[in-house]
Each structure stands twice: as C-alpha cells, then as structure tokens.
Design a binder for this molecule. Structure first.
Ligand code: GSH
Length: 316
C-alpha cells in the first residue's frame, strides 16, 4: 500500500512533514537582503491549504492587501503540482507568467528536489522565493511590513509581547496536535500511527474546548495569531478532516465551545472572504487519490458559519 507522500513516512507508518526550504527574511531596518517595500513581494497561495490560508488572513488583518499582491492556484493538484489556471477564485500568474508553482522553486534553486508547497512569498525584484514557511511569513507581515500600511485604523496586535512565551507554547501545541495532527491521522499508513494521531488530536481539541469555555478567544478578548492558526484547521474540519482524514470522533459542530468560537472568528470582518469551501473540498478529495481513489467529492455536509455565535458575553 502506498502513502500519500512516501518520502515523508517513517518506518512506523507515521507522517513526518518535510522542513520548509526557504527561510530568508524581509526586514524594515536594512538588516537583511530583502527590504520591506510596497509592491515588491507577492504571495502565491492555495485557498484550500490551511497553512497558506493563515498568511492570507494575516495579510488581510494587517491591511497589507495593497502592499503585497496575491495569486491563488488551481485547487486541483495533479502529479505536476500546483498550477496557475483561470477558474472560479483562482487565476493565471500575472507576475511571472508561471504555469506551475514548481517554476518558482526551480527559478530560485535549480537543484530543488523537495515537495513544492504553498504558501510562497516571492520577491519580484530578485525573482526568487524569499520564504515558504507560513509561520515566518505571518511573523514578517507583523514585524517588517506594518510600515507599509496606509495610515488609518488601528491594526490588531497578533503577537502581543506580554504573552510571548505562553503564546509560543500554545501555538506549538496547536501546530503539532491540531494543524499537523489532522494530517498525521489522514496520512498515517499504519493503524497504530493513525490511532495514535487520532487520540492526540481529540485530546487537544477537548483541552482547547475547555479553555474556550470561559474566554472568548484563546488569550482573552482579542484574537491573536494562535487563534487564526486554530481557525484554519477548525473551518476545514467538518467538511474534510472528519471524513477524508478519518478524524471522526466528533465534529467541531458537536463541541460546546469550539463550534461558536469558529463562527465568531469566521464572522469577523473580511474573514469569510478568505474561506473557500469549494476549493477546500475539491482539493482534498480530488488530489489525495491514495486516500480517495474514486475522487468523488462529497456534496455535504450542510455548514452555516453565519449563525449567531453568542460569544460576545465572554469578554476576556
Ligand atoms: N509550510 C508548511 C507546509 C505547507 C504545505 O504542506 N502545504 C501543502 C498544501 S496544504 C502543499 O502545498 N502541499 C503540496 C502537495 O500537496 O503536494 C509547513 O511547514 O507546515
């Protein structure tokens, strides 16, 4: 039996995600080769992808839509990898005219051998990938790019200094057990690896549900980066991870607090526009043909993220 990404499986059938290949840094103080300049950098993303979606959300929250362009790939990925085509919610590449995202990787490094992933932060000036780690890109947007925003409203503080350590720990917990946890269940190639990932995932969701019983967001009254990290998995959960990745102990809909929390975040200004359930469902069910060989995309479930969430009363 073959695994979805055979090079990223260990002998116990566990999915071990590859490291991000490009980790250069954009700065606003001249300390790196990539200065923050409006219009210079471009994001290549898939709206199906939870990692890429986080960069799209952070770009929106920090008001960077004018300063940093963005192109969405076709959600259907075949053996040639992510492709630029015109379709509903995705388009050809207006920057370099690439047909495939792999061209951005080989233009940057002709020897690149790894798996081509989104998101990519592309530098139009040097014509290379600066960074393909969503954590780094979100951090750079918050640290180096904020000077590029037109003066006006106040920007959210997504990485508050006063909770730095606890925030980092919780973000790591969410990454390993929830964001990557669903992949560890879905891409497991042994029963034992699947069951182990499944248990860790649902124990983490139970813990987060309890945490959110008394606080509106993970750290109180305002969402921070970790909330958006969690959101990107929760919003895909009932439509994809529950069935396709066999994460089916409970739906998010069944949780007393995570359910309203998900809707609360979804209903914040501009967020619904970053969520494309058509791209999400078609990508996972069609692209992972080791898991879903018929490539049939389910029609359900019915999801309504616009229902009242009732969490305003939890102020902190
Ligand atoms: N950079 C992310 C991973 C990004 C990633 O894996 N993106 C997926 C989409 S969700 C991708 O591009 N996969 C390429 C493929 O499916 O071949 C991380 O380190 O966790």
């Amino acid at each position: 039996m073959s695994a979805q990404f055979p090079d990223e499986q260990n002998d116990d059938g566990e999915f071990e995600r590859q490291e991000d290949a490009f980790r250069d840094w954009v700065s606003s103080d001249g300390s790196t080769a990539y200065p923050a300049e409006p219009g210079r950098y471009h994001l290549y993303v898939s709206l199906a992808c939870p990692w890429a979606s986080r960069t799209v959300i952070v770009r929106h929250l920090l008001g960077l839509e004018e300063a940093v362009g963005c192109t969405v790939v076709d959600p259907i990925r075949d053996e040639r990898g992510w492709a630029f085509r015109d379709g509903p919610g995705y388009s050809h590449d207006p920057i370099e005219g690439f047909s495939f995202l792999s061209q951005a990787y080989t233009t940057t490094d002709p020897q690149f051998q790894g798996r081509v992933t989104v998101p990519v932060l592309w530098d139009k000036t040097t014509r290379r990938i600066v960074n393909n780690s969503e954590d780094d890109i979100c951090r750079m947007f918050a640290e180096a790019f904020t000077g590029l925003v037109a003066p006006g409203g106040t920007l959210p503080d997504l990485f508050p200094k006063e909770i730095e350590d606890d925030h980092r720990k919780l973000a790591e917990f969410i990454y390993s057990r929830v964001n990557n946890g669903v992949y560890r269940a879905g891409f497991a190639s042994s029963q034992r690896a699947y069951e182990n990932a499944f248990r860790i995932l649902f124990a983490a969701l139970d813990e987060l549900d309890t945490r959110l019983a008394t606080r509106r967001y993970l750290f109180g009254s305002k969402p921070v980066e970790a909330d958006w990290r969690l959101f990107c998995t929760l919003v895909r959960f009932d439509a994809v991870y529950f069935g396709h990745f066999k994460c089916n102990l409970r739906r998010i809909f069944d949780y007393a607090h995570l359910d309203g929390y998900l809707r609360d975040l979804y209903q914040l200004p501009g967020i619904a526009g970053t969520v494309n359930l058509d791209h999400i469902k078609r990508h996972y069910y069609y692209t992972h043909d080791d898991i879903n060989p018929t490539r049939i995309v389910p029609l359900g479930p019915l999801l309504d993220f616009t229902r009242p969430h009732g969490r305003e009363k939890l102020s902190g």
